[in-house]
Design a protein around this ligand. Structure first.
Ligand code: NAP
Length: 291
């Protein structure tokens, strides 16, 4: 069994990005600039945005944080998005989700200029991904594909089972795995899938993105399978300072001995999600997606 080290891989990618940023700046360009819009004070969202800002600093990007209180009116948020859409000094921005209930999330996503949609959530980017055009791909699937490539994992002709069909993970993951450059044969499973255990056990590549800690057990994994654990559920823990720890969708200790490759939680997919936002921002700054 080989452990897929997302932490080390993301570190290597960050170093590559930093090198590119240094050459851009040396050539007289301004550094790439990412902004984040944060509504309210949700603990998880605050942490994620703080990470994003820290990541930007590490690779030499400029970053900006735009804050609104929980009760911000939808039209005020949309106006700000339109302002950022037109800001020539900004390459990309994200609106940290989830948003308060009174704000229509889909409307927010669709107001973002697709050329600056570095989260890859806008339907234009999703559609371009589906038909294999250059696009901003949502960060988690982007990061997983990068892991498979960098570990030279054979995907062609393999049966890939993706458990989960969310718009940000499962669905785009299944699309990417079926593309001509990857060539896997893909099955998408969800909460209504029948005989999920047998289906998972038939996978050469099993991607678990359910958010159900410890759901994937030893008998659900084929000998020699590649297992990618996307799940990150916070569970209470007396052993950490924060009072919680992250638990994956896979029972690692049971499943790992059967695998050819497996991602740990934490240290697998999570760091790759973070670095993929930087990769998308660099692509936006270089005008690589929409030229
Ligand atoms: P989500 O929107 O809640 O979607 C979960 C998906 O799993 C749904 O499609 C759901 O099916 C399916 N599902 C749930 N329980 C199931 C069950 N018992 N059997 C079969 N399918 C089941 O979640 P998400 O945003 O995709 O995130 C999934 C997990 O990944 C979460 O733990 C999240 O925290 C984590 N995550 C991690 C990263 C990272 O960087 N590591 C990034 C994003 C998300 P239905 O469609 O039928 O409801």
């Amino acid at each position: 069994m080989q452990l897929i080290d997302g932490k080390a891989t993301s570190k290597a990618i960050k170093a590559e990005i930093k090198t590119e940023v240094d050459s851009l700046v040396l050539a007289g360009h301004r550094p790439p600039h990412l902004a984040a819009i944060l509504v309210g004070h949700d603990g998880g969202s605050e942490t994620y945005v703080a990470y994003k800002i820290k990541d930007c600093e590490e690779v030499g990007f400029k970053s900006s944080l735009v804050r609104f209180e929980d009760d911000v009116k939808e039209e005020v948020l949309l106006e700000k998005i339109c302002e950022l859409n037109g800001d020539p000094g900004l390459d990309g921005f994200i609106v940290q989700l989830p948003l308060p209930d009174h704000i229509n999330e889909q409307k927010v996503i669709e107001t973002i200029n697709p050329k600056k949609d570095v989260d890859g959530f806008h339907p234009l980017n999703v559609g371009r991904t589906v038909i294999g055009l250059p696009s901003f791909v949502s960060a988690t699937p982007f990061g997983i594909i990068e892991l498979l490539k960098r570990y030279h994992i054979e995907t062609s002709g393999k049966h890939c089972v993706v458990v989960g069909r969310s718009n940000i993970v499962g669905r785009p993951m299944s699309i990417l795995m079926s593309q001509k450059s990857i060539n896997a044969t893909v099955t998408v499973a969800h909460s209504r899938t029948k005989d999920l255990e047998t289906l998972c056990a038939s996978a050469d590549i099993l991607i678990a993105a359910l958010g159900a800690p410890g759901f994937i057990k030893e008998h659900m994994v084929k000998e020699g399978a590649v297992v990618i654990d996307v799940g990150t559920t916070r569970v209470p823990s007396s052993e950490t300072k924060s009072g919680f720890r992250l638990k994956g969708d896979v029972i690692f200790e049971e499943v790992a001995p059967k695998c050819s490759y497996i991602t740990p939680v934490p240290g697998g997919v999570g760091p790759m999600t973070r670095v993929s936002l930087l990769s998308n921002t660099l692509l936006a700054a270089k005008g690589n997606i929409y030229s």
